[in-house]
Write a protein that binds this ligand. Structure first.
Ligand code: PLP
Length: 225
C-alpha cells in the first residue's frame, strides 16, 4: 500500500514536471492539491507517509471527521476547502482549513472575513468562477469576477490569492482555463487553481499554480452513499 501511494505520487509529480517544462521557461511553481474526498483516513495515510502534505476536501463535515486525527501525526498538513461552503459552516471551515478555494458570493465573503477577524486565522482564499456559466455549478459569474475580487479585498479585507474553476464536462478545458487566466490577470491575482485528474496538464499549460488531483492519485472514488 505504501509503495503504491509513493509510486502514484511520483507518477503524478513526474507528469506535473513534464507539463511545467512544456509551459516554461521559466517553469511555474505548481502546487499539487491531493483531493482525498470520499477516501477514508486509512487510504489517505500512505500518501502522508510518502510525503504529500497538501490535501483538498469538498465537505466540511467529512474533513472534520477525517483530518484532526491525521493531523496529530502530520501537523504540517495544509488543507484546502474545494467544495461549496454554506454560511452556517463558516466557523468550522475557518477553524479546520488552511486555504478556502471557493469564495463565490458577497454574503460568504463577508462572513468569512468576520470569522477570520474573530478567530485571528487569516486564511488565503481563492475566488471560484463559474467559468462555463453553468446553472448547476457554483462560482461567481465571469463578468462579475474582477469586481468581486476587488470587493473581497477592499470591502471585506480578504486575502484573495487567486481564482479557481471547474470547467464544463465533456468539452476541451483549455479555452476555459485560458479565460480564467485572463480574469486573474485583470483582477491582479497570481494564483490559478485549475486542472483535475483528467486535465491537469492542460491546466499547467495555461498557467495553473494549483492542480486538484483526486482519482489519478487515490483511484476510483467509492460511490457516495
Ligand atoms: C473531486 C474534485 C476534484 C478532483 O477530481 P478528480 O477528477 O478525481 O481529480 C478537483 N476539484 C474539485 C472541486 C473536486 O470537487
Amino acid at each position: 500500500m505504501d509503495a503504491d501511494a509513493a509510486s502514484q505520487l511520483a507518477a503524478i509529480k513526474g507528469r506535473i514536471q513534464k507539463a511545467q517544462e512544456r509551459f516554461g521557461p521559466p517553469a511555474p511553481d505548481v502546487t499539487l492539491v491531493a483531493v482525498s474526498k470520499t477516501f477514508a483516513a486509512d487510504a489517505v495515510e500512505p500518501f502522508l507517509a510518502a510525503g504529500q502534505r497538501i490535501f483538498g476536501e469538498n465537505r466540511v463535515q467529512e474533513a472534520k471527521d477525517k483530518w484532526p486525527a491525521l493531523r496529530e501525526r502530520y501537523p504540517d498538513v495544509q488543507l484546502h476547502l474545494i467544495g461549496p461552503l454554506q454560511t452556517n459552516k463558516v466557523r468550522e471551515a475557518v477553524a479546520l482549513f488552511d486555504v478556502i478555494q471557493t469564495v463565490d458570493r458577497e454574503k460568504l465573503a463577508s462572513m468569512l472575513a468576520a470569522e477570520m477577524q474573530k478567530s485571528g486565522r487569516k486564511l488565503p482564499c481563492f475566488v471560484q468562477v463559474n467559468i462555463g456559466g453553468e446553472d448547476q455549478k457554483a462560482g461567481i459569474a465571469t463578468d462579475e469576477a474582477v469586481a468581486f475580487v476587488a470587493r473581497c479585498r477592499d470591502v471585506h479585507g480578504l486575502d484573495i490569492v487567486g481564482l479557481m474553476c471547474i470547467p464544463p464536462d465533456g468539452q476541451p478545458a483549455g479555452p476555459y482555463f485560458a479565460h480564467l487566466a485572463t480574469l486573474a490577470r485583470d483582477a491582479g491575482v497570481t494564483g490559478l487553481s485549475m486542472g483535475m485528474s483528467g486535465d491537469f496538464e492542460t491546466g499547467i499549460a495555461m498557467g495553473a499554480t494549483h492542480v486538484r488531483v483526486g482519482s489519478a492519485l487515490f483511484g476510483t472514488r467509492p460511490p457516495i452513499v
